[in-house]
Design a protein around this ligand. Structure first.
Ligand code: Z5A
Length: 206
């Protein structure tokens, strides 16, 4: 099973992924977690370039770098793990590209979909995507003490567009993408996540 988490920065993805991994492992499942951009040595190097504030990266270059990182992660980690019935939980996947580079950076959705279709042609499509929907102001408060990377330095209107984009994507694929109110405490959010994941476990091998 392939589970992805999406949401704007500071929506609590990392926190909830850790909870879900522990929960699934206690139930006896094999689980690996990964993140985008990153997750392999090469993809982590691409991540460093993408988030480095020294570079001024145009939107199309950014789009290709995210996809290069993704392809290497798929071939190196995700595909082999799924083949071995390991549950893969990824912090972000191609919905991030649609939300950030498509809706946020205004690259045409036609071009975004062309890239996403190449990725999908390798058969790696999330079984479920949990979109942690958080108010921009609350996410900013949660991240106020952290240093900002190149993308986090974007203005509030960029993140408004990204959030609106996520809501459009979720509207288009309600069976796969579940919207979770992430403005609440950690435990309440995790209870909702369990409600979506538990029914899927019946089809997964331990
Ligand atoms: N990006 C892109 O543009 N296109 C793409 O295709 C892809 C990515 C794949 C990756 O950044 C950047 O790349 C990201 C999108 C872009 N950019 N931006 N901006 P990243 O991986 O470094 O960061 P992130 O994914 O955006 O998230 P994050 O900062 O790591 O946040 P998070 O994982 O969602 O949240 P967290 O670390 O679990 O929580 C943040 C803080 O809030 C932390 O102190 C927690 O203890 C606290 N927290 C968590 N949950 C709660 C609740 N419920 N209540 C109160 N406090 C909480």
């Amino acid at each position: 099973m392939f589970i992805t988490f999406e949401g704007i920065d500071g929506s609590g993805k990392t926190t909830q992924i850790e909870c879900l991994k522990d929960f699934l492992e206690q139930k006896g499942y094999n689980v690996i977690t990964t993140r985008e951009p990153g997750g392999t040595h090469l993809s982590e190097r691409i991540r460093e370039l993408l988030l480095n504030t020294d570079y001024n990266i145009d939107p199309i270059t950014e789009l290709f770098l995210f996809n290069a990182s993704r392809m290497h992660l798929i071939n190196t980690i995700i595909k082999p793990a799924l083949k071995n019935n390991i549950i893969v939980i990824s912090d972000r996947f191609y919905d991030s590209t649609t939300a950030y580079q498509g809706y946020g950076r205004s690259i045409s959705l036609e071009n975004i979909n062309k890239c996403n279709d190449i990725i999908k042609s390798f058969g790696i499509i999330p079984d479920i995507t949990l979109f942690l929907d958080i108010d921009i102001k609350i996410s900013e408060e949660r991240r106020s003490s952290m240093e900002k990377d190149r993308i986090e330095l974007s203005n509030e209107s960029f993140f408004e567009k990204v959030r609106a984009g996520y809501l459009c994507i979720a509207d288009e694929e309600p069976n796969r993408i579940k919207i979770i109110n992430a403005n609440r405490d950690k435990q309440s959010i995790f209870e909702d996540i369990k409600k979506y994941i538990l029914p899927l476990l019946q089809t997964s091998v331990k």
